[in-house]
Design a protein around this ligand. Structure first.
Ligand SMILES: C[S@@+](CC[C@H](N)C(=O)[O-])C[C@H]1O[C@@H](n2cnc3c(N)ncnc32)[C@H](O)[C@@H]1O
Length: 215
């Protein structure tokens, strides 16, 4: 059975992992770097934001952007809003409890939609991406990142070299086998989309897959 929301009792644990574990920190920093090169102003949605570390990393790099993070878990949203106050970002980085499949926003409200490490939780990814399409402005982009389950051997090697044997093992066995997506699963999602994106492609940043969509 797929568990969508991270339950409230596990929120502190996930927050600690996202704040302390180098391979998760690196994913957020690499994604933030990529996104900050794409957008300098406008409104962004982070779908399945968790404790909000990706929006914080982006907001620190891009002062002109306003970010709303949503998550099914109210515990995650509380942690993220408190952290945003603490960082002095609450005027432009806010969080709401909501389902990606039923977003509480008007059509075409966002210049960009992002999501990291959440797609593998989604019960109905095709329908949820249709909802993302609804809230994206025309010409807007959606970047959806998740850990790549069937990573080629050379990327596994890079992970081991970068993080060492122990952390590499945890990432490649525990994290990758439970919290990830195969290339084929990502392709199947994109092929089944019932809405028209001007561009749909799949890329990778090391052991992370990126579904790139342009409306
Ligand atoms: C592994 S965490 C990743 C959190 C964060 N994006 C990160 O990169 O650290 C996945 C998050 O997606 C959220 N989530 C799962 N399904 C969701 C849905 N349908 N709508 C909103 N959030 C969802 C979970 O509650 C959880 O907080």
């Amino acid at each position: 059975m797929r568990i969508e929301a991270i339950p409230n009792f596990a929120v502190k644990f996930y927050s600690l992992i996202a704040r302390k574990v180098p391979c998760i920190i690196d994913i957020h920093q690499q994604v933030a770097q990529e996104i900050s090169a794409k957008i300098s102003t406008g409104k962004m949605l982070d779908a399945g934001t968790g404790p909000g570390y990706l929006p914080f990393a982006i907001a620190k790099r891009v002062p002109g952007v306003e970010i709303v993070g949503i998550d099914l878990s109210s515990g995650m949203v509380d942690v993220a809003n408190k952290k945003s106050e603490k960082l002095g970002l609450a005027n432009r980085v806010t969080f709401k409890t909501a389902n990606v499949g039923n977003l509480p926003f008007e059509n075409e409200s966002f210049d960009m939609v992002i999501s990291s490490l959440s797609l593998h939780h989604w019960a109905k990814p095709v329908e949820y991406i249709k909802e993302i399409h609804r809230v994206l402005k025309k010409g807007g982009q959606a970047y959806i990142y998740d850990i790549w389950k069937d990573t080629p051997k050379e990327i596994e090697e890079q992970v081991r070299r970068r993080y060492g044997w122990f952390l590499g093992f945890i990432f490649l066995t525990v994290v990758r086998s439970h919290s990830s997506m195969t290339f084929k699963e990502a392709q199947d999602i994109l092929s089944a989309l019932p809405v028209n994106f001007a561009e749909k492609s799949i890329h990778n940043i090391g052991a992370v897959l990126k579904l790139q969509l342009v409306k």
